[in-house]
Design a protein around this ligand. Structure first.
Ligand code: NAP
Ligand code: F7E
Length: 383
């Protein structure tokens, strides 16, 4: 008998990788998908199966974390062995603009799932993974951060996720449910949403080296993040639910990097050296030199002459519009527990992550459609 998983947030970065991973393991995967006015299934289109196919192993259901009756019905119909609650309004800056909605979806949404499992009598059958976050550490109380580090959330997103974290722990203790938190540090990939800083950078750097964009505007260049690859992190989610006992785990690389250095690494991946000069909002990233052999290999000879004209010019600028009312300046995780208890080992380091993202975005931005139309909806991530 195949195991049955229900993934909320299946159209997101992690949901897409996790769905692919579980299908390869022989699971029947149900996904919760919001109704949208245009298709937003680009990340899972390669997995999609037409409803007329018999014995499908990927089945999508319309739903929303703010609708408890709908969640209860879907859980009743699907009778999942494992629920991965990945759905969330996941953008920290946007949570300052939509705090009530964020609390509802990211905080109470988790309660709705736990309570549905309890009311349906599935507490012994269904294991639950809650997508908790390093944002809980916020104004960090300890460096590096581990499972026992006190939380100090710094955004409506993090406060909502703090409720979700503790209600998961509470249901585990009160009703003996197999409910666990993965406290995941930032993880990125070619599928990362376009407004998170890494993807914003790799998309913009790709366009700059191809000569179709002049400038990249960023916020806090000195913020430090512990960045890993989403493909590694979804494996940790799976491992957490395979343990005999539920528990909470930090998933991180243990290495932290500034946004500024991520910009340098992205340009370096195209053979371009960028140096930073100036202070605060006047800081600029300037194209200093080009390794022509590397540029030709990674980007292409026909784009070289155009970029050479940019040497000495500032292409990266600070725009305070991207500053947050309260910022998380430093995150660095200690993954000792997940390595020893789960046997989790990431395959990608930061260099490998940047290489993967830049390769994908250069290819994407190069598409004739893109250059002609200025659009970016042609996304062959899985080519
Ligand atoms: P993502 O790409 O933003 O995906 C979020 C998913 O949630 C999307 O499928 C989205 O649907 C769905 N969603 C949003 N609001 C919903 C609602 N009200 N009802 C149902 N579905 C809803 O996020 P991600 O990077 O894959 O992250 C997955 C989870 O891990 C999130 O809970 C996030 O907060 C958490 N997390 C992420 C990181 C990270 O670095 N990536 C680190 C720690 C924790 P649409 O496609 O319709 O928008
Ligand atoms: O910002 C700084 C920004 O938006 C990272 C989510 O997946 O990871 C993510 O949250 C840092 C911050 O991710 C820009 O101020 C500078 O310090 O990529 P981000 P995040 O806020 O860390 C956690 C673990 C989650 O749980 C979340 O769901 O980069 N930064 N300039 C910028 N950030 C953005 N977005 N845009 C800029 O222009």
């Amino acid at each position: 008998m195949s195991k049955v998983a229900l993934i909320t947030g299946i159209t997101g970065q992690d949901g897409a990788y996790l769905a692919e991973f579980l299908l390869k393991k022989g699971y029947i995967v149900h996904g919760l998908k919001r109704r949208t006015s245009m298709f937003n299934t680009d990340r899972i289109d390669h997995l999609y199966q037409d409803p007329h196919i018999e014995n499908r192993n990927l089945i999508l259901h319309y739903g929303d974390l703010t609708d408890s009756m709908n969640l209860t019905r879907i859980i009743q119909e699907t009778q999942p062995d494992e629920i991965y609650n990945l759905a969330a309004m996941s953008h920290v800056k946007v949570s300052f603009d939509t705090p009530e909605y964020t609390a509802n979806a990211d905080g109470i949404g988790t309660l709705r799932i736990l309570e549905a499992v309890r009311l349906l009598g599935l507490t012994e059958k269904t294991r639950i993974y809650q997508a908790s976050t390093s944002e809980l550490y916020g104004l960090v109380q300890e460096v590096p951060q581990r499972e026992t580090t006190p939380f100090y959330p710094r955004s409506p997103y993090a406060v909502a996720k703090m409720y979700a974290y503790w209600i998961t722990v509470n249901y585990r203790e009160a009703y003996k449910m197999h409910a666990s938190n993965g406290i995941l540090f930032n993880h990125e990939s070619p599928l990362r949403g376009e407004t998170f800083v890494t993807r914003k950078i790799t998309r913009a750097v790709s366009k700059i080296v191809l000569g179709v964009q002049d400038n990249l505007f960023l916020g806090n260049l000195s913020a430090q993040r512990d960045w890993g690859h989403a493909k590694d992190y979804i494996k940790a989610m799976y491992l957490i639910l395979q343990q005999d006992e539920p528990s909470d785990y930090v998933i991180a690389t243990g290495i932290t990097t500034t946004v500024r250095d991520f910009v340098k690494l992205a340009f370096a991946e195209a053979g371009v050296t960028v140096t930073f000069a100036g202070e605060g909002v006047d800081e600029k990233g300037i194209i200093a030199s080009i390794d022509e052999t590397k540029f030709i290999e990674k980007v292409g000879e026909k784009y070289l002459a155009g970029l050479k004209e940019q040497i000495g010019k500032a292409v990266v600028h600070v725009d305070p519009a991207y500053f947050r009312p309260t910022e998380v300046e430093l995150l660095i995780g200690d993954p000792t527990k997940s390595k020893t208890r789960l046997g989790w080992e990431p395959e990608y380091d930061l260099q490998g992550l940047v290489e993967d993202m830049m390769k994908s975005d250069i290819k994407l931005m190069k598409k004739d459609d893109y250059l002609k139309e200025g659009g970016y909806r042609v996304m062959n991530y899985f080519e």
